[in-house]
Design a protein around this ligand. Structure first.
Ligand SMILES: [Zn+2]
Length: 282
């Protein structure tokens, strides 16, 4: 090999190396992008690993205060999707796409075990919650057969009574598109054979699909807040993020424009209710 050939040989070797390095690095960014597009986000909580097929990540999941307060229109928000009739007995329900995808997997698994899940309430906006709350608080709608306005003339006592099972507008987890009520919101239903079977299945399996029960029996770990709700399930990969954002950003100045809103601070609604959830949902 003379000097000229020697020079050429190393030039070729150098170019080959550059091409190889470029090919390897390009393959890496392609696979990273592909992973991001398919949204292979893994969530680990309570020893359950949930693979989500959505494109969200923690950064994108930072939502506005307006969103946390339920002042949204799910039908016009591309993050939400209408729930198919297969999964509910009613029309017009919406959920966050991530919640819906996880629910569909849970629904199929339950069905294989002979359990039929049915969504009886999903995302509720501030306006929808206001309609529910105002009706009960003003006595226009009877609450467990009672006119609350006449039974509880004291505003704080009245709020506390309604708050056994109903949230003030702007404080409901149903605003977030992550929470749903399943099968029945009647206490008596969970004393029936079918109700017991459904609750047992959810208790044993829901966490595998990312769902937790925020309102469990009150005990030393959950001393205040709503009564136990065996029907209310939350998609914690998303709701735990919104829970933190709510804790950080929502104040009593944000809770207004509904009947008896002045009692929100008096009953300490944020600390005693919104943040008082079972530890598996935090
Ligand atoms: Zn609920």
């Amino acid at each position: 090999m003379n000097f000229k050939n020697f020079d050429k040989y190393f030039l070729n070797l150098f170019l080959t190396l550059i091409i190889l390095i470029f090919a390897v690095s390009c393959q890496n960014c392609t696979s990273t992008n592909a992973d991001n597009k398919s949204g292979k986000n893994s969530y680990k909580k309570n020893d359950s690993i949930i693979n989500s097929n959505d494109s969200t990540n923690t950064k994108q999941d930072t939502v506005s205060k307006i969103y946390l307060l339920g002042k949204i229109i799910p039908s016009k928000d591309t993050n939400f999707i209408a729930v198919d009739q297969k999964y509910t007995s009613k029309k017009g329900f919406y959920l966050r796409k991530e919640t819906y995808n996880a629910f569909k997997k849970m629904f199929d698994a339950a069905q294989k075990d002979g359990v039929k899940l049915s969504i009886v309430s999903a995302t509720r906006t501030f306006i929808e919650q206001k309609w529910i709350w105002d009706g009960k608080w003003t006595g226009k709608v009877l609450y467990y057969g009672k006119n609350i306005a006449t039974e509880y003339p004291d505003p704080i006592e009245r709020s506390k009574y309604v708050l056994k099972y109903s949230s003030m507008p702007g404080t409901s987890r149903h605003h977030w598109g992550t929470d749903m009520d399943l099968n029945s919101t009647e206490l008596a239903y969970y004393k029936t054979e079918n109700g017991k079977k459904i609750y047992k299945w959810l208790s044993e399996n829901a966490s595998r699909y990312g769902f937790c029960q925020p309102y469990t029996v009150k005990d030393s770990a959950r001393i205040s807040g709503y009564e136990e709700e065996k029907w209310h399930w939350s998609y914690f990969p998303l709701s735990s993020i919104y829970f933190e954002q709510y804790k950080e950003r929502i104040t009593y100045d944000d809770l207004k424009d509904f009947a008896g809103c002045e009692t929100a601070k008096q009953v300490n609604i944020i600390k005693n209710y919104v943040l008082s959830v079972n530890k598996t949902c935090r």
